[in-house]
Design a protein around this ligand. Sequence first.
Ligand code: ADP
Ligand code: MN
Ligand code: MN
Ligand code: MN
Length: 336
Amino acid sequence: MAYQAEYIWIDGTKPTPLLRSKTKVLADGATPPIWGFDGSSTNQATGESSDCELKPVFTCHDPIRGGSNVLVLCDVHLARDDRPHPTNTRVNCVRTAKKYASQEMIFGIEQEYTFLKLDGEPLGFPAGGFPAPQGPYYCGVGAGRVIAREIIEEHTQACIDAELMIEGTNAEVMPGQWEFQIGAADAVTVSDHLYVARWLLHRIAEDFDVVVSLAAKPVKGDWNGAGGHTNFSTKAMREDKKMKAIEAACRAIGKKIELHVSNYGDDIESRLTGAHETAPYDKFSFGVSDRGASIRIPWQVQRAGKGYAEDRRPNANCDPYMVTSLITETVCSAAE
Ligand code: ADP
Ligand code: MN
Ligand code: MN
Ligand code: MN
């Protein structure tokens, strides 16, 4: 029987790209082929030369349609000469991961996000006003403390059914804000899975008339922003027993503050203020158990002398291909 392949790609919207998708019906047994789309409608081309190419890079079971239907994550190429489209950051991620493959870098990414009503107000905020201050919401239970859990339940099961590397979920500090984690895996795998998990979240929330926002600071004032904490380790960081490799990695990243922060997602200055469990965006620090540091070393890691570190600066709206390739390049080139 024929089946459906949902082709998913990252568009050219600025400052933060959107996910797009369309459906191809394929004959039983057929492999999803290269396909195309109208780039002039996705900020990826002009009207006169509008064709862009979709190249399948990662395919998984479609947990929404079920059966033999699939989700097909694609990267975008220029139809005229087949070169990677300027919006295609995956190609460089693949190249960087290959270049430093011998250091066996792996990542786990914590995706925070905020649910909004269709009118743009955060879900759980009274019309035109604010709920009770932050405190009871993080990992909370019970009506009035936790909002839209039914969407999280559906999304988590969908990720498991698609065999994405989802690791867990939790309600966040601001009401209507949640997190899921993906990993730990190499840069390309964790990023591919994260994009498909984001698509599934948008798609499932759509059925509830709920908008998923990845904005870094969706509500100004005394409300937490939304991050994309990026945990990373090389083989040396996982094996060393004296914290040397971990500290060297942190120091290498600390030498390139501007390069990293300017590629960690739009509006990072509003989120990384020094308050709300963040470090100021223009300063660098690392420390054990320190949620006010740029990079946190978990206490278990300090105790073992080995493990991983958490770059807390990437935004919820970051591009994981960009973030993981930057961390790989900075950490691995310094270790060579
Ligand atoms: P917290 O909220 O305390 O920062 P989480 O439990 O949300 O922590 O996320 C921890 C993340 O660390 C997970 O994504 C996991 O994959 C990642 N992680 C654990 N060990 C490693 C490792 N050795 N290398 C890279 N990432 C790791
Ligand atoms: Mn977390
Ligand atoms: Mn969190
Ligand atoms: Mn974290």
